[in-house]
Ligand binder design. Sequence first.
Ligand code: NAP
Ligand code: HSE
Length: 428
Amino acid sequence: MTEPLRLGIAGLGTVGVGVVRIIRKQAALLARRTGREIVISAVSARDAGKDRGINLAPFVWEQDAVALASRDDIDIFVELMGGSEGAAKDATEAAIAAGKHVVTANKALLAIHGQALAEAAEAKGLMIRFEAAVAGGIPVVKALSEGLAGNEITRVMGVMNGTCNYILTRMESEGAGYDTLFEEAGKLGYLEADPNLDVGGIDAGHKLAILSAIAFGTRVNFAGVELEGIQRIELEDIRQAADMGYRIKLLGLAQRSARGLEQRMQPCLVPTGSPLGQLTGGTNMVVIEGDAVEQIVLRGPGAGEGPTASAVVGDICDLARGLRMPVFGQPAAGLSQAPAARSGLPAPYYLRMALVDKPGALARIAAALGESGISIDRMRQYGHCEPTAPVLIVTHKTTREALDLALEAMAGTGVLASTPVALRIENL
Ligand code: NAP
Ligand code: HSE
């Protein structure tokens, strides 16, 4: 058997502890599968005195993650601290400078600094593996960059934030409001330290930007993701969508066309019977379409100790077996810079608004839509409660640009009692 593969792990929270547990529990299995013993040399976290429920005594404790990353007795630096800046970035850069391969679960780091880190690693013949960064336990990075390498990828879609899917699913099943379920998600430990990363769509946007780079051979462009969170979704939207045969999902979609690279992460109505419509709770789903394979659907746990650590250990095994490939599937220096195609192809939109209840109010809204060239498919006024009148409109296919013009015109009519909720309908 060849020399053991030696790990330095920075970050001993949910994922880090999970990785230590798997490496210990499956030591013999991993050695059989990779032909090498996998050992942990040193670890690091902020608080050396914290009880983490595991025995860390056999490992060297390194207080500084940067120092850990450049130790002579490690071959792979495993970054499980999180955050796009600070210790995670500094230590990853230090590891590459010291000639270490990197395994990380950090989507924020890769979405913001992925290109520079990939170029630095590849210049030294090193690998950065990041399966756990997208959709937790689902091997979607591997599927895209390896299993589907023979395809021209046409579209990548999915639900990639378990917290948002949990909140939206429970709103429907429990009939509870967004605020109540946001609080519940916090109590269950689902929310990121900054909850806006989850409910603002940022975390899922990071994941989509990473998948786009692999799928379309483009530089990671998080700034090019059209982002919208779920904070404005009300129980009424969930009910109205259900009534029309739809569910609301925080849906990511990336596709490349002559117009450029379209990347959207936003709440959308999807048919209840579709695979994405059927996805409940904290589960993730990624749908990949390619010219040869047609469509594949990957579904599984997007977060949590076991599933995320499973993906991290899979990456470690790849390195132990000697796998070498460019970080994003093709050399980083050759990745193209696709222009961002904003707003996507035309689609029907769901509009919910409260109107001031006075003569001509509805006519003004209809006129604003008509003047932007938007045709109304369905419209109804429901649950009239003075002094406002709730109105639901479903448009025929239109562009986001036309809709934004109409919404601007509506805002100037003086008949809106609140800002309309506007959601794209994706008939997948
Ligand atoms: P976590 O539970 O908050 O753990 C973070 C760990 O990093 C803690 O052990 C913390 O030390 C350590 N740390 C933070 N800042 C540090 C610093 N400046 N120097 C040294 N150590 C530092 O986070 P997590 O949930 O395990 O997530 C880790 C990474 O995996 C993140 O990038 C996250 O986005 C990603 N991820 C997580 C999940 C999931 O389900 N949790 C799923 C997919 C991806 P102390 O313990 O001493 O405070
Ligand atoms: N906060 C993330 C989620 C964790 O809810 O999906 C996994 O990346």
